[in-house]
Design a protein around this ligand. Sequence first.
Ligand code: B3K
Ligand code: ZN
Length: 875
Amino acid sequence: AAPRRLDEYRPPAFLVDTVDLIFDLDPAATRVRASLTLRRNKAHGIADAPLELDGEGLDLRSVLLDGEALGANRYALGDHGLTIRDVPDEFTLDTEVIIAPERNSELSGLYVSGGDFFTQCEAEGFRRITFFPDRPDVMARYTATLIADPARCPLLLSNGNPVDRGTLPDGRHWAKWEDPHPKPSYLFALVAGDLVSVHDAFVTRSGRQVQLGIHVRRGDEDKVDHAMACLKRAMRWDEEAFGLEYDLDIFNIAAVSDFNMGAMENKGLNIFNTALVLARPDTATDADYQRIDRVIAHEYFHNWTGDRVTCRDWFQLSLKEGLTVFRDQEYGAATTDAALSRIDDVKMLRARQFAEDAGPLAHPVRPAAYRKIDNFYTATVYEKGAEVVRMIRTIIGHAAFRRGFDRYIARNDNSAATIEDFVAAMREESGFDFSQFMRWYEQAGTPQLRFEGEYDAAARRYTLTLRQMTAPTPGQAHKEPFLIPVAMGLIGPDGAELEARLEGEADAHRGTRVLLLRAAEQRFVFEEVAAPPVPSLLRGFSAPVKLSGHDTAGLAHLAAHDTDGFSRWEAGQEYATRALLDAIAALQRGEAVATDPALVAAMAAALDLAQEAPALAARILSLPGKDVLADRMAVIDPDAIHEALETSRAAIGRALRDRFAALCGAEDASAPFSLDPASMGRRALGNVALAYLMAADPAAGLDAAQRRFETAPTMTGRLGALALLADTATPARDAALAAFHARWRGDALVSDKWFRIQAMATAPDTLDRVEALTRHADFDLRNPNRFRALVQAFGAGNQRWFHDASGRGYALVARMIGEVDRVNRQIAARCIDVFASWQRFDPARQALMRGALDALLADPALSANAREMAERARA
Ligand code: B3K
Ligand code: ZN
């Protein structure tokens, strides 16, 4: 099929006012009756356009127009839908189709998981349920009546509010739901099954009583307290921070174990991957708890940014996703620790989005064309999209941003909007001209930002020169300069913030200001600067760019003194990154690695924070990841990266051995479980310290790891120890993995961790073991969580063995992608990005990685989803 293009947008030919759905739920044959009221849309421009409805895999039983059955000569039925010619300007259409939810392994549309019924309609799943103009700019009012066997499906849920229920003469029961808010079809949902419901209540600030329900499989009801607390916190926060209140009497969350992604914001009925709902201290890590909090908030926030105001077309996806990620980031910062939360978000952005932007899959925040929209739920649309929203706020300030946000919501409520609508509201409230800024939506690639500073002591003048450059990306050979907001300050030799007057400013002042870089090169002159400064640039990571220009002395100075918490951490990480890159270069020359004493000193200083700020200490002590180092190398050398990290960790570990040993002792099992930053920080610190001890003193480290594994009261401690044990080919590893498996094999989410840890291990026998795991009785291609835990984790998270020079890692992942593609094409397509970095490797690995992509492409049965990704990655 030809790609869809943004500039070919055309309003729909017909609008739908109401949709009444009746489902006779049956796993093998569900009957769906749909009654639509339709009317011609003048904006479409063609007065006699036929009615075209999307539909895939539907067994059509009848079509009635205004109550009259249509003969087969009145409509054309194709693989992708139904076309009806010569229809009036206003009419009703009744269709009846049969679908088979139990055979739906793609998990798009209506499907069965664990015997229960669930739906997933974003982006184009509704057309797998019934015939419909399945596009987000068709917004309609829905009712849904679910009919089912009460023994099999005591619980019947859909969007909106329950309005009626009853029992049929044949013993089946039914429930009717009505959603008063118009919505696009991708937000339709139903859940029917035998789930346990946990209820709570929330009163909105204007006094609306909302009933909250979380619905899970029997046996999981003791793992929903956290999700419920997060939901209530998010509901309150959205009222306080954005003035947005919930708008229905009921809010439901249903958890499902077979799910293609994290969660889905269906109006009034969110559906979640169990991995993002269920948590208990002994089953979930602190990272799991935090992710649950953020995703519960994210999906809830979509109620306004996504549901009430939706997207005109899928090119505008970042309008709801970038904005909602921004909102969940702000929620995270406000309800936990702002600097730590920013550090974690930026780390994620760099690991995933910068990598995407640097390779053949690079695309703008608003892509210009796509074949399968499911392939564009990317780090660029989500995470970079959030950074773009953040830059808007940095440029116009918090107050104007909030007014602009309110205006955007008010003006676009109950409609399908564009990115232009969002930016226009911001312009109108701030007066700022965003024309140049729009390039952030249109141009792909991560800009390189380089600075030079010059201090004139006699004139007390500091001149800062900023240069930007963005490398070509697929389809975009030439880049125009971006408008880059650079939040910055000047740090003096004594470590204090310096006063300065920027050209154009009336008075000198101290502290953070925002420079707007517009040109490829621009100078900023600061007057009345008392001493030679070290500039602290991109405070709080004010733009998604790669900064260079600091010397190591400058970095060390900022790491010690910057007043911005994020920037202090950032300077330390950059310092460590350079030290590791030096070590990698030494190894490649065949020289021994000499660990920089200043790096050891910085780690010792971080250890001094262990009591007062353990979470920050843990983050500073975590060496830069393999992905960060790879990103900085002209040719990625996975073996040297691994070696340099191991050697440096061992050297730091030896220098500070006793301090690490003291920190990785067993967790205090008597202390009550808490998620405050200090408690989580201590657990994180324990795991980091253990890694250093194991590198420095393997025998003592192994002992400590075994102890921590056996006695830690939390999954964070246990899993931290197990991950380190898994890196060793020792009997201690085998025993720990066996014990963990025996203890948890009945818990799918914990079993996923068992697979993931082995997939990511650095131990020498990893390839054999991962291959064996693909044949393990508990491995199941049909469960996306399990596939991700083994195959995707190996491809994306095991740089050492996925990229093994033999090519075995590549072959293994390619084979598994081919297999999963036959079951679930979305999951296959998403895994292909592990091959997208092929151009960054040596010629031998390049050939092997290309070969893996070619092998996939040579399969004539490869799905269109996977084919689009493989072709793009191969380019
Ligand atoms: N909007 C969904 C993602 C849908 C993915 C469809 N392939 C979850 C979210 O971003 O909140
Ligand atoms: Zn979202």
